[in-house]
Design a protein around this ligand. Structure first.
Ligand SMILES: Nc1nc2c(ncn2[C@@H]2O[C@H](COP(=O)(O)OP(=O)(O)OP(=O)(O)O)[C@@H](O)[C@H]2O)c(=O)[nH]1
Ligand SMILES: [Mg+2]
Length: 394
């Protein structure tokens, strides 16, 4: 990016710059600053803290400034509530470290984990260290069932819309991570809403990732800023990223392939049902398999062309075909079963076949897209490490 956050950080000091975005966090900001500063200093990491406050009006900015004599903290004041993720980008813009980080200002992220994330990057050649709730040792404490469902849905939606970009991490919704400034140096970061990590994964040059488990604490002070508006912004952000990353084009190709496979399936069943003894019962499995292979070949040679290494190595292609069968098997079985049940109950063959492929497509769309696309995604190596190990070793 021309004047983006990483520009100056490419030549940044050996230091971590931590942005704390705040909107009305007067009850917790001082403790966040204290604990973060102490944890980083104890781990031997030089640091600076940048509180980016959106005109909270409850004294958050002043409380943070009051600690500037004691800790290396400064406050960036913005004119009004402009969004969490853009606050982080604005903070990174004035940051001076070679590592850029973010942590919430409400104590839901244990600040001590930041030291582990920084240590993980210092000790490896990874570009990004993410605090994850979804690897062994990670957790969310006290979340209601509805919040768990929303979080799972949001993560799955992102993995469905941007599978090529976020497949590498277990918790792409995480709000605590550290990235090398050089990895976002040339990225035009322009996030909408809350999810700054999505923006970094989609636009940054991220070749290796480390994950550190952590427990997302319950909010005990202040109030949540997450509301319907933020959910809407999230959808807008995903749409924007799908265009910016070119994944909308892949999606278009993938959908066309799926549609053509559906027509092959229906056409073959109708044609074979009339000419083969045993009718639909024999035709259905043959047609479902033929459509599966058809889809695979087009995805292999058109949708994801150039995305996989050793394209012409037969063994690699055969192993992808095998994987494709494994991932698509549940949908294919449901497809065949529904088509046959409907035919045996007197539904006309074309309608029964159409219902079968619709069910198959629906199952894949809802649950399977990330797994299917991952077959063609070059692996981003992800290491998982325990927080304690990293701090000790640093
Ligand atoms: N600068 C700035 N900070 C924000 C904005 N919205 C939220 N924040 C801060 O971002 C952090 C995370 O926001 P929360 O509302 O706690 O979001 P959450 O942790 O996903 O939701 P809860 O679990 O309900 O607290 C907090 O430090 C907020 O004060 C914003 O528009 N601008
Ligand atoms: Mg919170």
């Amino acid at each position: 990016m021309a004047d983006g956050p990483g520009r100056r950080m490419e030549f940044g000091r050996h230091m971590i710059s931590v942005v704390i975005p705040t909107y009305q966090e007067a009850d917790s900001i001082q403790e966040v600053i204290r604990r973060t500063a102490v944890a980083l200093a104890q781990s031997g990491e030089e640091y600076e803290l940048i509180v980016v406050d959106d005109k909270s009006g409850d004294g958050t900015a002043e409380l943070a400034e009051n600690l500037s004599g004691e800790f290396r903290v400064r406050v960036l004041r913005r004119a009004g509530r402009l969004g969490l993720a853009s606050a982080v980008v604005d903070g990174w813009r004035v940051a001076r470290g070679d590592l850029l980080a973010v942590i919430d200002g409400d104590l839901q992220h244990p600040p001590e984990i930041l030291a582990a994330l920084a240590a993980a990057l210092r000790r490896s050649d990874a570009d990004l260290a993410v605090a994850s709730r979804y690897v062994a040792g990670g957790a969310t404490s006290g979340w209601k069932f509805s919040r768990r469902v929303i979080s799972w849905g949001a993560t799955h939606l992102a993995a469905t819309i941007l599978p090529l970009k976020i497949a590498a991490v277990s918790d792409p919704m995480s709000g605590m991570f550290v990235v090398r400034a050089s990895a976002v140096a040339r990225s035009e970061l322009a996030p909408l809403g809350y999810k700054i990590l999505l923006e970094v994964l989609a636009k940054g040059r991220i070749e290796r990732v480390v994950e550190v488990p952590y427990q997302f604490e319950e909010r005990t002070r202040g109030s949540s800023k997450l509301g319907l508006w933020q959910y809407g912004e999230y959808l807008g952000h995903l749409a924007r990223l799908s265009i910016a990353t070119g994944q909308l084009r892949s999606w278009f190709a993938y959908s066309l392939v799926g549609l053509s496979g559906a027509l092959i399936d229906i056409g073959l069943i109708c044609w074979m049902a009339g000419i083969v003894s045993g009718g639909a019962v024999r035709a259905v499995p043959v047609a479902v398999e033929a459509a599966l292979v058809w889809n695979f070949l087009w995805n292999e040679n058109a949708t994801f062309t150039g995305r996989h290494e050793h394209r012409d190595a037969k063994a690699a292609c055969a192993s992808r075909l095998w994987l494709y069968h494994k991932v698509c098997l549940p949908g294919a079985i449901l497809n065949a079963a529904l088509t046959l049940v409907l035919v045996l109950h007197g539904v006309r063959v074309p309608f029964a076949a159409a219902a079968g492929v619709a069910l198959d497509g629906g199952v894949n769309l809802l649950f399977n897209v990330p797994a299917i696309w991952r077959i063609w995604i070059p692996r981003v190596p992800v290491a998982c490490t325990r927080a304690a190990e990293q701090v000790q070793r640093a």
